[in-house]
Design a protein around this ligand. Structure first.
Ligand code: GLU
Length: 503
């Protein structure tokens, strides 16, 4: 074990497919820790009970392991500061919420949802600051006891001084001043007894002896609350660095509507991990010698936090492909073979395909004819052929868009889930199974004859399927931003009201 006191962490929430932004943040944490001889910790922040899923946690761990950014402590590898999964630490947070109550820095809030909604509405109408008005902070001991005796549900909120300001420091951004008046009495413990991000994050960073927090700039507004919590507990705050967010080409925050954002998408596309890591190392950072192609070890060796630039780095897929090409072209032939084998030319992957080939092959070479759809980075789709007989291109575009949204919700992307998605969207859109499968088959494979579609899609994977469909939507003429928003709202309503036909 190293003697360096430096300890950093990434703290992903398992609420979706593993995001490239997580790998980006992991990379800078990794480099920072390794350059200082310190330790890199992985903590799973699964306190949001409704959105966290064990399947997502597995996917995040798999995806990060694939990047090669290996952590020293975490839920899978253990460590002396565990457990590393927040859902296993709820007692710790409850104890700490009580400590804050006892010290007079937090209080039980018995306000009902209804009151909070009304308050928000009033504040919105008045056009002022939105936030809790501190009503329950003023309850006296008798009132609190009466509420408790009635077993009224409560949250625990942190107190915030009424006036004045708090100066916080970011190692790259310098001092930032926050007026207390703009800081909400944040809920720390929800009425279900689970902590919010803020409490769990601060308590864990302290107990896990994290020295530096490197995270995305979207967390900057949380910083004053965290600094206050450190003060309330009487703890030394961590040093913080907020890294610039990855952006789409138009400067907006990287979103899956404009770019594939799942690490697994890039893996399945045939990007190799060192290329993804190298590409992410070019975001917000430049090597002292100006080189654009480098290994992780080289990045660690030359790592200097001051070289991080705060401009919004653009996640440019063409650039990523170029970096990937540079790495692939530098590999000796034997190593390249190994990469292909590790990717999809292996028995595990082929074994998934073979059941789909039953009674189809007349020569072994036929395999390529049917199965190229599992290996190609790009497929060509004749958008004219996607529209089923008797339907309009616009209608097809609308159907495909709904279908993409449905696929996004699937946690388990297997054959049955895919089939169910066809049924649901087909029923809601008023298309037959034949029509829906025709359009999707063409969009995902570019062909009319392919191995069984549901199985094939499950193997191709959710991200690649969605991306291929989105490309087809673009060819058919995508909806503008405003129309898309409306369309989405009406789809969400229809989807929520959906019930399976009883026949
Ligand atoms: N759970 C947060 C996330 O999903 C962690 C943010 C932080 O690093 O403080 O990114």
């Amino acid at each position: 074990m190293s003697d360096s006191p430096v300890r950093v962490r990434i703290a992903p929430s398992p609420t979706g497919s593993p995001h490239v932004g997580t790998a980006y943040i992991a990379l800078y944490n990794y480099c920072f820790a390794k350059a200082a001889g310190g330790r890199f910790v992985l903590r799973i922040e699964d306190t949001d009970q409704s959105r966290s899923k064990p399947e997502y946690e597995t996917m995040i761990l798999d995806a990060l392991r694939w990047t090669g950014l290996q952590w020293d402590e975490g839920p899978d590898v253990g460590g002396e500061f565990g457990p590393y999964r927040q859902s296993e630490r709820t007692d710790i947070y409850r104890r700490h919420a009580q400590i804050l109550i006892d010290k007079g820095h937090a209080y039980k809030c018995f306000c009902t949802e209804q009151r909070l909604n009304e308050l928000r509405e009033q504040q919105r109408e008045a056009g002022g600051h939105l936030g809790y008005d501190g009503l329950c902070a003023k309850l006296n001991a008798t009132e609190i006891q009466a509420n408790e005796a009635e077993n009224r549900p409560f949250t625990v909120r942190m107190k915030v001084p009424e006036s004045g300001s708090l100066v916080v420091n970011d190692l790259l951004r310098g001092e930032i001043t926050f007026d207390y008046a703009t800081i909400d009495h944040q809920v720390l413990l929800k009425s279900d007894g689970f902590p919010t991000y803020h409490l769990a994050n601060v308590v864990d960073d302290h107990l896990m002896e994290i020295t530096h927090v490197l995270r995305g700039e979207e967390w900057l507004p949380s910083l004053p609350k965290h600094v206050l919590l450190y003060q309330y507990f009487g703890w030394q705050p961590t040093q913080v660095i907020h890294l610039p967010l990855l952006r789409n080409a138009d400067g907006s925050k990287l979103s899956k509507r404009k770019n594939p954002t799942s690490i697994l998408y890039y893996r399945d596309l045939g990007i190799i991990p060192e290329a993804l890591v190298n590409f992410l190392g070019n975001m917000a950072y430049s090597q002292p010698d100006g080189s654009e192609i480098f290994s992780l070890d080289k990045m660690v060796d030359a790592f200097d936090i001051q070289r991080i630039s705060l401009g919004g780095p653009i996640f440019d897929i063409d650039k990523l492909t170029w970096v990937n090409g540079q790495h692939l072209q530098n590999l000796p032939a034997e190593a390249l073979v190994q990469r292909l084998v590790a990717w999809r030319y292996n028995a595990d992957f082929l074994n998934q395909l073979m059941p789909l080939m039953t009674k189809r092959l007349t020569t072994l070479g036929d395999f390529n004819k049917y199965c190229d759809i599992f290996f190609l980075s790009e497929i060509t789709v004749d958008s004219g052929a996607v529209t089923p007989k008797g339907k309009e291109a616009e209608d097809t575009r609308d159907f495909l868009q709904k279908f993409v949204w449905e696929l996004e919700t699937l946690v388990q992307f297997d054959r049955d889930a895919v089939e169910q998605a066809f049924r649901v969207v087909g029923n809601l859109h008023g298309w037959s199974m034949r029509e829906t499968t025709h359009a999707v088959r063409l969009a995902v494979t570019g062909k009319t004859v392919v191995p069984p579609l549901f199985d094939s899609m499950a193997i191709i994977g959710s991200d690649l399927c969605r991306n291929r469909i989105l490309s087809t939507i673009n060819q058919l003429g995508p909806l503008g931003k405003k129309k898309l928003k409306k369309f989405r709202e009406s789809w969400d309503r229809a989807r929520a009201a959906y019930t399976e036909p009883t026949t």
